[in-house]
Design a protein. Structure first.
Length: 191
């Protein structure tokens, strides 16, 4: 819930910045408010780190943070989701996050696939942001570019990359192993 509340704080701060953008009156007081909000956000992140340590999740969070593009918030979300259920494989974990494709077929109809979106929307947002960061890293960029070369749109390729990141983090947490990117197979990391 702290991750969701932090997201609401950030959205509210962005809305305030946009609405007060061209207001010259009280500009100094508004800047003080923004500084206070930034300090509060740092306090939330520090509290998240402390909660992870108290719950014994700090090793899992560190494993996840080793993956390119994954920061503290996404790693905490991944570890929290991992602890919420008994997952036999990474497909179940991805489905729990709501990032699994839902097939829409019947008879002669074959519609586009969409995400099931059954999981926590904040977790999906964090994984998507991590995928955007990872798509610029030297390890994940070829993987991302290969999907763009197939004709997929950027958002579609990012969703696929976010699912791949979730699978990698699941494997790290399940096997209690350390992350090492695989340079074989064209630089694509393996799960």
């Amino acid at each position: 819930s702290l991750l969701r509340r932090r997201a609401q704080l950030v959205r509210g701060c962005v809305a305030l910045k946009q609405s007060w953008k061209n207001e010259p009156l009280l500009k100094e007081q508004f800047n003080q408010l923004l500084v206070a909000i930034a300090q509060f956000e740092k306090t939330i992140q520090k509290t998240l780190k402390e909660i992870a340590e108290d719950a014994g999740m700090q090793d899992q969070v560190k494993r996840c943070q080793a993956v390119e593009g994954v920061g503290l918030l996404t790693a905490t979300a991944a570890a929290t989701a991992f602890l919420r259920g008994e997952f036999a494989n990474s497909d179940e974990y991805v489905a729990f996050l709501g990032m699994d494709p839902r097939v829409r077929q019947s008879g002669q109809k074959d519609q586009r696939r969409r995400l099931s979106k059954r999981g926590d929307s904040e977790f999906r947002r964090l994984f998507h942001n991590s995928a955007m960061a990872a798509s610029r890293s030297p390890v994940w960029k070829p993987y991302y570019q290969s999907y763009l070369a197939r004709g997929l749109k950027g958002t579609q390729a990012l969703v696929i990359l976010a699912r791949k990141l979730a699978r990698v983090m699941f494997a790290l947490m399940k096997n209690q192993s350390e992350y090492t990117p695989n340079s074989m197979l064209g630089g694509f990391p393996q799960t």
